[in-house]
Design a protein around this ligand. Structure first.
Ligand code: PAF
Length: 301
């Protein structure tokens, strides 16, 4: 397939390399097209090495794309897609992978003619330089459709699974999206605020706060019509903390590099839904406020 990866950060570059390795014609579209076209993937968690030479910002590749894989941060999705839309065929499949919820809602009308898919992934990746991506943690990917045309594209689960397993198709992505949101609501702001690796959250000092965050997210999730037990979610959160113990979360990396974080689409999304349902969420509110302050100051506390 002809695949254009828009926003080839750590996760986008990871998928670009694995899809290239699986035999697809992959190119990249980024805000920094001057970067070298050679991308190397290495992994301490699997024996694989990939060296991919990717074309960058090639409008011809966009014209001929079967799939546009959008892996920008949630807050960059609209701006990243805007210059490409006029050049896409309406059969081009748009597949989004990013943390958080709420970023696609304002775009649904504009994108209604395209088959739309969204994926959630728990693979760990780091991009220490523009030419290098490291697959730091094996994970899995959940895939589902965002519209009717997308529902006819279940075959993408097989395409992605062949490149980087496990990939599971979900008739509704709501539950996996909320689960990942809850995981991000805990790990991302706490590691960013306290300057920690994910695994440091296993310390007893954080257990009460983690419990409080999860309790609030479950109340909001339930009010939104999504059923999940608090204890099951707590176990999921601690499982991800343990599995990614040595990683720095994406929000930690964003604040360290003085980039805007995804807080508005993570704890900020919980705040917005809580407001609609009049549910008090003091833990999530405080985390949101503190990360906003750190962003404003441009560094860690
Ligand atoms: O955003 C991240 O860093 C990741 O989604 C996760 C799962 C928290 C692991 O670091």
């Amino acid at each position: 397939m002809n695949i254009v990866v828009v926003g080839p950060g750590a996760i986008g570059s990871l998928w670009a390399c694995y899809l290239h390795q699986a035999g697809h014609n992959v190119s990249a579209w980024s805000r920094h097209p001057q970067h070298s076209r050679l991308l190397s993937l290495s992994s301490p968690v699997s024996p694989i090495t990939v060296n991919a030479t990717l074309r960058h910002n090639d409008m011809d590749a966009v014209h001929h794309a079967d799939v546009i894989l959008v892996t920008t941060k949630a807050h960059h999705v609209a701006d990243a897609l805007a210059p490409l839309l006029a050049h896409l065929h309406s059969d081009t499949l748009l597949l989004f992978i990013h943390n958080g919820m709420g970023a696609l809602e304002p775009l649904m009308d504009t994108l209604a003619d395209y088959p739309l898919l969204q994926a959630i992934t728990t693979h760990g990746a780091m991009k220490p330089s523009p030419q290098q991506v490291i697959h730091t943690g094996l994970g899995r990917t959940d895939l589902g459709a965002l519209n009717l045309k997308g529902r006819a594209c279940q075959f993408m689960a097989e395409v992605l699974h062949h490149a980087l397993p496990e990939v599971t198709w979900h008739p509704s992505l709501e539950l996996p999206l909320w689960k990942k949101l809850a995981i991000n609501c805990v790990i991302n702001p706490l590691t960013a605020i306290h300057n920690l690796r994910n695994g440091d959250l296993q310390a007893a000092a954080y257990s009460e706060t983690i419990y409080g965050i999860i309790q609030e997210v479950v109340m909001v999730m339930n009010a939104c019509g999504v059923d999940l037990e608090q204890e099951a979610l707590r176990q999921d959160v601690y499982e991800v903390i343990a599995r990614t113990a040595h990683n720095y979360s994406s929000m930690h990396q964003d604040l360290t590099h003085q980039r805007e974080s995804e807080i508005d689409f993570i704890n900020g999304y919980v705040l917005a839904q809580a407001r609609r349902h009049r549910i008090p969420v003091p833990y999530n509110r405080e985390l949101w406020q503190t990360v906003k302050q750190l962003e404003h100051r441009g560094s860690h506390a």
